[in-house]
Design a protein around this ligand. Structure first.
Ligand SMILES: NCc1[nH]cc(CCC(=O)O)c1CC(=O)O
Length: 303
């Protein structure tokens, strides 16, 4: 008899949707499951910008603890929220087929774009890229889960706010008035879901491997390797996107100063079966061409 797999999830609407998706995939394969919602600090502490809290894995910490104390067997995460180094004893068990990886601007009319305006985001990466493209605009901080952020946008006089397309699509919250920001480089692993398990739990690891999507895995691992090589453990404005078409991996990566005045971007291609070390190589190119001085400055400000 197979054991019941306890699936840990955060309790936001998006997190629950993602966990239920994994749950029904496992049940389709004939497994018994149980959903265990766990409150996480990332949604609770809203008095401070996320990056100021200085904790890695604010969204994942509580689920990591629940797993390591054997309250749950597996946990489902938005992969972009997961630090590049997993806690000891926890491993990647499956990366699901990636959804929309793009950022979108939800707006109230686009006339402001070429004049003055104010947009809202809590992400350093989105803020820096926005100010680089629209230096005449103001960017205000906006935090909370996607439902909270959408509500705050409605209540305030801001011209727009930036969201991950995948987050809104999953919970049917995409409004009519949005613009896909094709020029903006998304967060590494944006739109991808990661299931983690205990390293020693061979049953769950083997079971979950059936849900792994190889091409998505190659792409997000390349993006996260790029991130890991650049960041050295801090939340800098870094974007990365890898896409595979016809056996070729197309990579775009970017590092930005916090105020958006400086940017280092790279675009490269590689054969999709030779991606080993490719993300690292792209990051090293940026570091060599001035990126390491910028990272040093960013670390001094954010520490
Ligand atoms: N940082 C919060 C977060 N984490 C994952 C998503 C959306 C889903 C995804 O990108 O996989 C979001 C919302 C957003 O960035 O607008």
């Amino acid at each position: 008899m197979n054991k019941t797999i306890r699936i840990g999830t955060r309790d936001s609407e998006l997190a629950l949707w993602q966990a239920k998706t994994v749950q029904s995939a496992l049940e389709t394969l004939g497994h018994k499951t149980n959903l265990v919602p766990v409150k996480s600090t990332g949604d609770l502490n809203l008095d401070q910008p996320l990056y100021e809290m200085g904790i890695t894995g604010i969204f994942t910490k509580t689920l990591d603890i629940a797993m390591l104390t054997d309250k749950i067997d597996i946990a489902v995460h938005s992969m972009k929220d997961v630090p590049t180094a997993l806690p000891k004893g926890i491993v990647e068990a499956a990366i699901l087929k990636r959804a929309n990886s793009k950022d979108i601007l939800v707006h109230k009319g686009l006339d402001f774009l070429e004049s003055k305006g104010t947009i809202a985001t809590g992400s350093l990466r989105r803020k820096a890229q926005w100010l680089n493209k629209y230096p005449q605009h103001a960017v205000v901080d906006l935090r909370g889960n996607v439902n909270t952020r959408m509500k705050k946008l409605e209540e305030n006089s801001w011209d727009g706010a930036i969201f991950a397309a995948a987050g809104l699509e999953r919970i049917n919250l995409t409004p009519e008035n949005y613009l896909t920001l094709d020029w903006m480089i998304p967060a590494p692993a944006q739109g991808a879901m990661l299931v983690v398990a205990k390293e020693k739990d061979e049953f769950c690891r083997k079971t979950l491997s059936a849900l792994n999507h190889k091409e998505s895995e190659i792409c997000v691992h390349t993006e996260r390797e790029f991130l890991k090589t650049l960041e050295g453990g801090c939340t800098a404005p870094i974007g990365a996107l890898a896409e595979i078409r016809d056996g070729i991996l197309y990579f775009k990566g970017g590092l930005y100063s916090l105020d958006g005045t400086q940017k280092f971007e790279i675009e490269r291609v590689v054969s999709a079966n030779q991606t080993q070390g490719f993300g690292k190589k792209c990051a090293e190119e940026i570091l060599k061409n001035g990126g390491s001085e910028l990272m040093k400055k960013i670390r001094e400000v954010l520490k």
